[in-house]
Design a protein around this ligand. Structure first.
Ligand code: F6P
Length: 546
């Protein structure tokens, strides 16, 4: 089925043309109940999507598009382990990691529920030993610091969550992250650590990622003076992987290898043993609360009617803007210091999933697919790139995310923060018309010439859409729900756009090329390289040789 041939698709194309000439001010003026009708209260947060460029006709057609794209059937396939990751021949079962889906699911002859529960118990035991000081390095001192060596999905999720839940730390073990193969990051991290009390967790789904294995080997060399290789690997290393045989080949003992499975995508793996650093940082019960929050969102996604289904609506809105309205980017703007890594996390989650142009039928998509995701903490962004959001000709829909409860006890700060978040979405929506600017300048006493010279620069067209997610309190449960909200949103986008969201061939291409170029930085024939690459390598060699 070609989605572009559906009735709703054609309707939406026509409606997008009309909506370019509609102002959000008008939509609010015409419907006093708009904010109430276009918002959802979920257990952990309020989603206000009323400041979006939609009216009831668009809304109805978007829902119809979801039906015509068969989102409900795809959703059922997701939760029941149908191999919807077709190009890699796998099911997509990160939801099973938080206990969602059917209880009797099995994969490769193994009960998924039993496998997940067994691994969680192993994690719990390990975390308890660590917190009790019972895990010691090879000189007998208790482990005080854990360094996660991993990149992409084996890094972003755990670090983002730990940063978001700083206030929930327990157990007294420090957690660090090294993701970059640029040795500067590992060197900086190790500079502050005692080898005798440091444990490395090598986190890699494939256990073949060059960046991670290079860091692991350097970490082992750093420990070298303490003991022989076997003893170091036994006492100072653990692994999290879906390729346990490779981890053991590296020398990490089986009882220190925590596993997950092929059916968990790297960017959706924080719920698996990849979340070990989270459990170390906030305790196993905290990690469980994160899983429970995600499971709550799973139930909502599975059970809520389409018109009240938060991830579905967010997915539809994203398709509406990127594909129909022609807005190719989307900003993530947290007004919560704790969520400072959320934009980076969502960049991988969404862009690695939906940054594609081949449809499920193997043809080139005849439409724009997933947007460019970018952003940073809202307040900092206000003093950096918001000028662009307000007055550039480009329209960038945005998600504002804040919490009612402050994550600190300092008086006065939180109200300033929240007022700014609300003000920004209001300003983007309403803008300031020429008449309003003129009236303001006249009131300030400027003469007519001054008013007409200045007014054009102060006009804000407005009509820039946004969602606002207002979280009651950013605790492990709410964070779990928030992450799962975005996961399902991404899934919905992919289904509607008819692309496979769970592979990442575009990332694989560069990995292969880098491996082939690496030796050429030293020496070798460059005639097969393109002229630009050859020139850069020649320059690199020349400068390096001094
Ligand atoms: O960045 C590409 C990628 O393949 C991601 O999908 C994955 O999260 C990351 O590399 C790390 O892979 P691994 O966990 O196998 O080391």
């Amino acid at each position: 089925m070609d989605i572009t041939q559906t009735h709703s698709w054609r309707e939406l194309e026509a409606l997008a043309g009309q909506m370019q000439h509609t102002h959000l001010r008008e939509l609010f003026a015409n419907d006093p109940r708009r904010a109430e009708r276009y918002s959802l209260e979920l257990p952990s947060f309020l989603l206000d999507y009323s400041k979006n460029l939609i009216d009831d006709e668009v809304f109805v057609n978007l829902l119809q598009l979801a039906r015509e794209a068969d989102v409900e059937r795809w959703r059922d396939r997701l939760f029941t382990g149908v191999p919807i990751n077709r190009t890699e021949g796998r099911p997509v079962l990160h939801t099973a990691l938080r206990g969602s889906g059917v209880a009797d699911l099995s994969c490769e002859g193994q009960s998924v529920a039993v496998a997940v529960a067994t691994e969680l118990e192993r994690l719990k035991g390990f975390v308890n030993l660590l917190h009790n000081g019972a895990l010691t390095g090879c000189t007998g001192l208790p482990i005080s610091d854990v360094v996660n060596l991993g990149v992409g999905g084996s890094h972003l999720g755990p670090q983002m969550v730990i940063e978001a839940l700083r206030g929930y730390r327990q157990g007294g073990v420090n957690v660090h992250f090294v993701s970059n193969v640029d040795g500067a990051q590992l060197a900086d991290t190790l500079a502050g650590l005692n080898p005798e009390t440091t444990l490395f967790v090598v986190s890699s789904k494939t256990f073949s990622t060059t960046e991670t294995l290079t860091n692991a080997r350097s970490a082992l060399r750093w420990l070298d003076p303490l003991a022989d290789r076997d003893e170091l690997l036994r006492r100072h290393f653990a692994a999290v992987t879906a390729s346990p045989a490779r981890a053991q080949e590296f020398g990490i003992e089986a009882d220190r290898v925590f596993r997950f499975w092929d059916w968990v995508g790297g960017r959706f793996s924080v719920w698996s043993a990849i979340g070990l650093p989270v459990a170390i940082a906030i305790g196993f019960e905290g990690f469980r609360a994160l899983l429970d929050g995600a499971a709550e969102m799973d139930r909502h996604f599975q059970q809520a009617p389409l018109e009240q289904n938060a991830p579905l609506l967010m997915g539809l809105l994203s398709v509406w803007y990127c594909t129909f309205m022609g807005y190719p980017a989307h900003a993530v703007l947290p007004y919560d210091q704790a969520l400072h890594m959320l934009p980076a996390y969502l960049q991988q989650a969404e862009m690695e999933s939906n940054g594609k142009s081949t449809t499920r039928s193997g043809e080139e998509a005849a439409y724009a697919t997933g947007p460019l995701i970018w952003g940073q903490l809202g307040i900092n962004g206000q003093h950096a790139f918001y000028q662009y959001l307000h007055q550039s000709p480009a329209v960038v829909p945005a998600d504002f995310i804040g919490s009612v409860a402050a994550g600190h006890g300092l008086p006065g700060h939180h109200e300033i923060l929240m007022a700014n978040m609300l003000a920004q979405s209001q300003a983007l929506m309403n803008g300031v018309s020429n008449d309003e600017v003129v009236a303001e300048l006249q009131e300030r006493g400027l003469d007519e010439a001054e008013v007409s010279a200045l007014a054009p620069f102060k006009v804000h067209r407005g009509n820039r859409p946004s969602n606002t997610i207002l979280i009651k309190k950013l605790n492990p449960h709410a964070l779990g729900a928030l992450i799962a909200l975005y996961e399902h949103k991404i899934f919905v986008q992919g289904v509607i756009l008819q692309i496979y969201s769970f592979d990442q061939w575009g990332v694989e291409l560069g990995k292969g090329l880098a491996a082939a170029l690496q030796p050429k930085l030293e020496c070798g024939d460059l005639r097969e390289e393109d002229a630009s690459t050859a020139r850069l390598i020649e320059y690199y060699r020349r400068v390096k040789a001094g």
